[in-house]
Write a protein that binds this ligand. Sequence first.
Ligand SMILES: Cc1cc2nc3c(=O)[nH]c(=O)nc-3n(C[C@H](O)[C@H](O)[C@H](O)COP(=O)(O)OP(=O)(O)OC[C@H]3O[C@@H](n4cnc5c(N)ncnc54)[C@H](O)[C@@H]3O)c2cc1C
Length: 307
Amino acid sequence: MTVEAWIVGARGEAVAGAVAAVSELGGRVIAVIVGSRESADAAAVSGASEVRWFETAPDVAPEAFAGVFGDAVASGQPRVLLCVDDASSRVLLASGAARMAAVVLGSAGKFSLDGSDIVVSRAVYEGALVETLVVTGPVAAVYSGALESPLEGAAAAPVIRQGAGELADIHVTGREETLGGAEGLAHADRVVGAGLGVRSKDDLSLVDALATQLHAEIGCSLPLCDDMRWYDHSYVVGTSANLIAPDLYIALGISGQPQHMAGVRNAKVVVAINDDPDAPIFRRCDYGIVGDLYAIVPALTQALKEA
Ligand SMILES: Cc1cc2nc3c(=O)[nH]c(=O)nc-3n(C[C@H](O)[C@H](O)[C@H](O)COP(=O)(O)OP(=O)(O)OC[C@H]3O[C@@H](n4cnc5c(N)ncnc54)[C@H](O)[C@@H]3O)c2cc1C
């Protein structure tokens, strides 16, 4: 038995992880992109068998396609529907889920089959446990597993443009820059970045205290948003979100993977605090402190307070 799965998203760059997550179902994987041609092309090299593309105009929100997407699901009837984890894509998921009478899951990481049942695994309790669920009928879920890069050198799947149909009457009438979240980071002179070296949400108070003393904005590595859910996406530094150019970037408990470091390529000075002397970030920073952030960060904060 094989099962067809659909992945819906407004950004095709983000679908590769979800495509990989359903590969064990053995059936066709169809990426449905409600967005730009660039997004559809990015989805075409995600490993999906086919991309169905609804083109959005600049003044039309992806949510306007909820009904149209629901109709597509009603006629295609996939057994599994996943969305990438952003606000617009979750609305599309909800519309599709209603039309396939699916069980809806707020997060899902990996899919497999047990006979005709769908087995879903997902991280719970801030990543401390992996939970397994079995669903007998159709299932719709927000994909919360690892993000993956599009497949290098993969042959592109066909992109099939879809008729727009009747869109909901929602129009974007303006977009203004704000200084909160991502925009604050984009223009910040100083940024303190938190990574998985921070052990619990409560310990983010260490990060806050240092940032306050430095008059710095806070950023984070992707897992602190996607896996731990401690920050929203606007705080993420790296290729998936913010490319920043502060005078000073202090990375706390961040290993220095390329996707993160690409986001601070234009920082003038990068300081890394990490207890692993072999962490890759030490090859990419200007100043490195090998040690426990739980000892170093409070001492640094206190020294700044007294300075
Ligand atoms: C397509 C794709 C896009 C991605 N985009 C991004 C992106 O935009 N941004 C991003 O950040 N990541 C991104 N990633 C994820 C990236 O590959 C890494 O997984 C992520 O950056 C790792 O986060 P981290 O450094 O916080 O965690 P880890 O790699 O787990 O590193 C934690 C570090 O903390 C150190 N540490 C542990 N305890 C302490 C302590 N007490 N004191 C000091 N140090 C300690 C450890 O030695 C370790 O080096 C992307 C991945 C993919 C596949």
